[in-house]
Design a protein around this ligand. Structure first.
Ligand SMILES: [Zn+2]
Ligand SMILES: [Zn+2]
Ligand SMILES: [Zn+2]
Length: 140
């Protein structure tokens, strides 16, 4: 019997018009189980036994990003961190909070920030991504 996750993954891939492959399902599962955005390296680590080579992971993430299933949440130490787009609205991602003391980044779900106003003529916003910095509860 298929697990709930397998069914969910099938639906998700179908709606994004992506073929269902083992690597796509495995990476979707890792992202769905994560509580914060993950770098490609962290995804590889969490895949564990289901070892996939770097190129496959990279291409799979790129295909997810192109289909809008996954967002590039932010860059840290020159590395993009990815997460599922299911907690973002069409015009904005949920904000992220990075602790300057411990370096941990938290997803601020259920919190929205008004879309920026007063942009000069000619600029068009497709998506607003906000990242806050400060101290997390563990560090204050
Ligand atoms: Zn997003
Ligand atoms: Zn902290
Ligand atoms: Zn997030």
């Amino acid at each position: 019997m298929k697990s709930d996750f397998q069914l969910q993954a099938r639906k998700t891939l179908k709606s994004a018009k992506l073929y269902r492959t083992k690597s796509r399902i495995a990476i979707l599962k890792v992202l769905a189980g994560a509580k914060r955005p993950l770098s490609q390296e962290e995804i590889a680590l969490r895949l564990g036994k289901k070892h996939l080579n770097k190129v496959t992971i990279y291409r799979t993430i790129e295909s997810f990003c192109a289909a809008g299933l996954v967002h590039k949440a932010f860059m840290q130490e020159r590395t993009w961190h990815f997460e599922l787009a299911n907690h973002c609205s069409p015009t904005q991602c949920h904000p992220h909070f990075t602790c300057t003391n411990c370096g941990a980044t938290h997803c601020l779900l259920g919190l929205s920030i008004p879309i920026v106003k007063g942009l000069k003529k000619g600029f068009v916003i497709n998506r607003q991504q906000v990242r806050l910095e400060g101290l997390c509860p563990a560090c204050t």
